[in-house]
Design a protein around this ligand. Sequence first.
Ligand code: XMP
Length: 319
Amino acid sequence: LWTPGRIIEDSIERVREQVGDDHVLLGLSGGVDSSVVAALLEKAIGDQLTCVFVDTGLLRYQEGDQVMATMAEHMGVRVIRVNAAERFFQALEGVSDPEAKRKVIGRLFIEVFDEEAGKLEGVKWLAQGTIYPDVIESAGGKTGKAHVIKSHHNVGGLPERMNLKLVEPLRELFKDEVRRIGVELGLPREMVYRHPFPGPGLGVRVLGEVKAEYVELLQKADAIYIEELRRHDLYDRVSQAFAVFLPVKSVGVVGDGRAYDWVVALRAVETVDFMTAHWAQLPYEFLDQVSRRIINELRGISRVVYDISGKPPATIEWE
Ligand code: XMP
């Protein structure tokens, strides 16, 4: 019988058999899969696990701190946090093409992770949050955005170079099973049921050239939007929702003066498989509140628009 408890026990048993007394390295992204692997391995092998968390500066509002609070403080996982935001912003200077940005971010991510991993001694295994759909997708040789990004978190040639063997405890599980296991292991529901987030993060939600100033505004606007979605009990009714920063200036009025500031777009979609999607018909009253809060609370944003494009022809992300 499939119960989260049984799966956890089985996995723990198998991991212990597999790695013995060896040390294991895991790249923690803040996403569901790698978090569940971390929680599971912590239970199975405790101190033999070391996680490396690369904070790219392109994560959601305060997400880096949240990852550390949950994984390191609450779950007792050993996590090395690498604050690499400066490096990412520098590398992205002058790069505005979406695919070029993805490449820069992916490459630097691997570089930073490799550097940190190289400092660790005696590691024999690399743990990965590969789940069953990833296995099928790779086998089919499918090339899509999601696939490219998966490989970005699946850390390049590191296993060969450091002579690491792979341990992938979620390989046979579907996403909903991974989530149930996560909850059973004590991860916060909010983290486990979070909407998907692209590997390149806010790097593809700030349109065009990525600047620290834009990312900061976007993080705050997005946090307001998500907070209101939760408060209105709408978060779990949409499949994915987020804000996008448009590097376009538009005129507004502030008091007696004139403002000339940036635009934020809100996106929310309903979908089963993320291959096709409908834009979510969020209540006008709700959208009105979000728009007011963003414009009133954030200096630098003078206009908020709502994206009413379906997929196809539009994609869910703007880049
Ligand atoms: P699109 O924009 O292609 O997105 O309709 C479909 C789903 O995939 C996510 N997405 C990505 N995920 N790396 C990822 O890991 C990426 O580069 C990437 N691009 C899009 C997107 O958030 C949506 O859930």
